[in-house]
Design a protein. Sequence first.
Length: 132
Amino acid sequence: MANDYAIVNIKELEDQAVKFGLSPNVEARFGRKATDAKQGGFSYQKLAPNYRQQFGHKHEGQEEFYVVLSGGGTINLEGDAHELTRWDVVRVAPAVARGFEAGPEGLELFVFGAGETGDATMIESFWEDVAG
């Protein structure tokens, strides 16, 4: 029964942003492997004030929910910009491309994904055609 649950402290998970050269503007901690999740995953992401992600991404089969824990900013959904504030929740279907830009207070997110894993497609030059 010990394998039927897992408890982790999200801030103690490895900051993957360092590994990908995104630190100090981004902090990104992923918990799917750490909790041995079978059907979902989660991450903690924090963007520095006024920082815009350099890319967007979408999925083949993973639906995601983004919860703004603190700060605010903008989410780009397929070229449509939407302002975000604390406690906003955004559900994004797998095929919808998305990316974030932090406001002056930064942007702190909790992300939950359900569905296939390892199916992300990265999109360069994502912010070029944003309407807002």
